[in-house]
Ligand binder design. Structure first.
Ligand SMILES: *Cc1c(COP(=O)(O)O)cnc(C)c1O
Length: 358
């Protein structure tokens, strides 16, 4: 979707950071010699947030490099907070992006006890960074975490830390239309516990990477919306009734790689999952893509127009883009907007043009 952020829809980062200013006091880190994993830092406390600023900043990759390989370039800083059952959350810290050490028994390695979010920061006309509806990401992260018995967290506080992090690495927000800074909060179970058991220790971290617009293969005549080829798969199932398709949990994504590779063989860049149900022959229920919701803009026999997206029945990830598109189109009132069960035969019969969204 074209990231045209409506005025006032985002949150000005400077507002949140402003609240932290004036409260900063230097921190005596004499023991560590102002170093974070060997990296030279300057350290301060901001309202309970330990901020270690990297001395040596990384060179930014060229814009082109962010388009064709998403997620290869980390910004300079990351946010990290540890949690222990019985003790709760520790001191949140921002520090240079660095590796962490985990025991090979760590629960996340074996049972995918992890969930994540994907949020974007855009530069507005004034050059300010704006997060797109970030509280919705906090809410969804909470839903995903609770499905895995990962701990609750203070959504307001986490968002204010994220804003601080974004502000620190603001220079990484690409200024070009269609580009953004992708923010990835993750919570994972880190206790050295080989048995399948509730999380005892966790790590919440947030990393960021500059990213280009998707799809990135803009065809002639299309600037924002570039058609892509998709493989409709009834063989693979992404989510099912009673499953966890509604949550952004790690375990939902690893199995999507093989279908994705298959799609590539057919020259397709995405897989549309259609779930076969009994006695429907070659038909099935349309779900979504591996990491995008699905919309169909259709015309019925009587000529009326309808924008349809599958209803949130537990198998669909409740996308924030999805919600935004639904709200905007309902506000426009130019055609019918429906959230309902969608059969593939209906789509292929009545499709005017497909809309694909993150
Ligand atoms: C993240 C994700 C989406 C998109 O969510 P947005 O909030 O719109 O970015 C859609 N489907 C799946 C399966 C996802 O993981």
């Amino acid at each position: 979707m074209a990231p045209n952020v409506p005025a006032g829809a985002g949150v000005k980062l400077s507002e949140a950071i402003g609240r932290c200013r004036g409260d900063s006091r230097s921190l005596d880190l004499s023991e560590s010699g102002n170093k974070s994993n060997g990296l030279k830092v300057s350290a301060k406390f901001h309202k309970g947030l330990l901020v270690q600023t990297a001395y040596d900043l990384k060179p930014k990759p060229p814009l082109s490099a962010t388009v064709n390989s998403f997620g290869r370039y980390a910004t300079d800083h990351m946010l990290q907070i540890k949690w222990k059952r019985g003790e709760g959350w520790g001191t949140p810290s921002i520090k240079p992006v660095q590796a962490f050490e985990l025991h090979p028994f760590a629960q996340v390695f074996h049972y995918a006890l992890t969930c994540f979010e994907g949020m974007k920061v855009y530069k507005d006309a004034q050059g300010h960074g704006r997060l797109f509806r970030p509280m919705m990401n906090m809410n969804r992260l909470m839903v995903s975490a609770s499905r895995l018995d990962l701990p609750d967290f203070d959504k307001e506080a986490l968002l204010s830390y994220i804003k601080h992090l974004v502000k620190m690495d603001e220079e990484w927000i690409p200024g070009h239309e269609g580009y953004s800074l992708y923010v990835r909060p993750t919570i994972m179970a880190t206790a050295a516990l080989l048995g399948l058991a509730p999380p005892e220790e966790c790590l919440l971290f947030v990393v960021m990477t500059p990213c280009g617009s998707f799809p990135n293969t803009a065809a002639e005549g299309f600037r924002e919306l570039a058609p892509i080829k998709v493989l409709v798969s009834m063989e693979h199932v992404r989510a099912w009734p009673g499953g966890v398709g509604y949550a952004k949990v790690g375990g939902n994504y690893a199995p999507a790689i093989v279908p994705q590779i298959e799609a590539r063989k057919f020259g397709c860049s995405q897989v549309l999952y259609v779930r076969r149900d009994e006695c429907e022959g070659d038909d099935g229920i349309v779900g979504e893509f591996g990491a995008m919701n699905f919309f169909a803009f259709m015309q019925s026999k009587d000529g009326s127009l309808e924008l349809v997206t599958p209803v949130l029945d537990g198998t669909i990830l409740p996308g924030i883009t999805r919600d935004s598109v639904l709200s905007l189109c309902r506000e426009w009132g130019e055609f019918r907007v429906s959230e309902r069960t969608l059969r593939f035969q209906e789509v292929s019969r009545n499709l005017l043009s497909p809309f694909l969204f993150f």
